[in-house]
Design a protein around this ligand. Structure first.
Ligand SMILES: *Cc1c(COP(=O)(O)O)cnc(C)c1O
Length: 411
């Protein structure tokens, strides 16, 4: 069947896999072990000669149907789901890189991902942090032992947009694994397959699930990388379709051995939550644009970071790549005002970490999510001490703007 529109495809995805009783949601399987009448079938599942489930740490019918949905949304080849986004990210790094390898990572990444870089260096994997908005920095950082480039689409909290197209071309030319964290844009705004990504990572806890009620993560192989040329695939996994070698190694060495598995209940919540992804994103992006315009004109705000503003350094790039500008917006309160006081005056906006929720959340960046790294690292990342990050929700725009107006009036 020809591919339909994003949401049509999405909301019919489960049903089209021929569910029993005409169910429209894939059922939740809680079984941990999977039994076989003929022991040879179990053996074939273990040996990868037959599709099937053996033990829930590796897969269940429920996690498989979620993986299938993500693969469709991302226009990928195959996907794997994990208990959290960080489990997906760590499994990717720890199974595809080894001692002596070199990783190029954007300097502007999610705080916990940035923390993982230090862990990798402790294991003998060299890491170079670059300003990924600038392709020249990626080129200059490339060495003979470089294996992978890792970037996010829109970075948090300063909203830089990486040179996604140029990095994709460079990685293809240099045979580097190109891993793109698509969490901030989601498959509705952008599919990294379009910029030749090898792997797409998503935290399902954010826009994908949308309701702030379940954690999850995913790695999607786009099918564009030639794993038969990749040095780090264990001999035992160099069999079958080479397009699956990378993901299979992440599954065995990462998901199975490290055990960051997604529960059936969480998979179901995420799978139902994503039905409305397009509707939520449209509303969140238009709310974010309206708030960005309001804040940009406010005398108590010294700077607004939002790719939808024409003053944003990568505005043109974002416009060319994404269906809309996302729903993360940060701003610097003018230095004479106290950002914590402002947050305490907000009545509807919730003071909380997390993003991609239906509700608008805000927090002081330097004092919370980027506190651990210290002042010098914050300055390198362009994070001011008076910065507030907002994850814009689906509330009615007038209420959202009014809440910020009244809080700003009080500081
Ligand atoms: C939240 C987030 C992660 C981590 O996801 P969890 O599901 O919270 O573990 C990774 N990358 C980005 C860009 C994120 O925003």
């Amino acid at each position: 069947m020809a591919r339909k529109g994003f949401t049509t495809q999405l909301v019919h995805c489960d049903r089209l896999s021929h569910l029993e009783h005409g169910a429209i949601h894939a059922p939740v399987h809680h079984s941990v072990p999977y039994g076989y009448d003929d022991i040879n079938d179990l053996i074939d599942v273990f040996q990868g000669k037959q599709a099937g489930h053996a033990y829930a740490r590796q897969s269940t019918p429920t996690t498989d149907s979620l993986s299938h949905k993500i693969t469709q949304l991302e226009h990928g080849h195959a996907s794997l789901v994990f208990g959290t986004g960080m489990a997906a990210i760590c499994a990717t790094f720890l199974t595809l890189l080894k001692q002596g390898d070199h990783l190029i990572c954007s300097r502007f990444v999610f705080g916990n991902t940035s923390s993982v870089m230090a862990t990798l260096q402790g294991y003998g994997i060299a890491v170079t942090l670059v300003d990924a908005t600038d392709i020249e920095q990626v080129k200059q950082a490339t060495q003979a032992n470089t294996k992978m480039v890792f970037v996010e689409t829109i970075a948090n909290p300063v909203t830089q947009v990486a040179a996604l197209v140029e990095i994709g071309d460079w990685c293809q030319q240099q045979s580097l694994v190109y891993a793109v964290d698509n969490t901030m844009t989601s498959a509705y705004l952008f599919q990294p397959t379009k910029v030749k990504a090898s792997l797409v990572i998503n935290s399902l806890s954010k826009y994908f699930g949308g309701h702030g009620n379940a954690l999850g993560g995913a790695v999607t192989d786009t099918g564009l990388f030639d794993w038969s040329q990749y040095e780090n695939i264990f001999a035992g996994y160099q069999k079958g379709d080479p397009k699956m070698w990378g993901l299979n190694q992440i599954k065995k060495k990462g998901l199975r051995d490290m055990g960051g598995s997604l529960s059936g209940d969480a998979a179901h919540l995420l799978s139902a939550g994503v039905d409305t992804l397009a509707l939520r994103m449209q509303r969140q992006c238009s709310n974010a644009m309206a708030l960005a315009n309001m804040l940009a004109q406010h005398p108590k705000v010294s700077r607004v970071y939002y790719p939808g503003l024409s003053s944003h350094p990568q505005h043109q790039r974002a416009q060319g790549l994404f269906a809309d500008f996302g729903a993360i917006l940060s701003f610097d309160l003018a230095p004479s005002h106290d950002c914590c006081a402002l947050l305490n005056h907000l009545q509807w906006v919730i003071g909380a970490t997390h993003l991609g929720d239906n509700r608008t959340l805000a927090l002081p960046v330097a004092q919370t999510i980027y506190f651990e790294m210290g002042l010098a690292a914050r300055q390198q990342m362009g994070i001011s001490e008076n910065m507030i990050r907002c994850s814009i929700g689906i509330e009615d725009s007038v209420d959202l703007l009014a809440d910020f107006e009244q809080a700003l009036a009080k500081v």
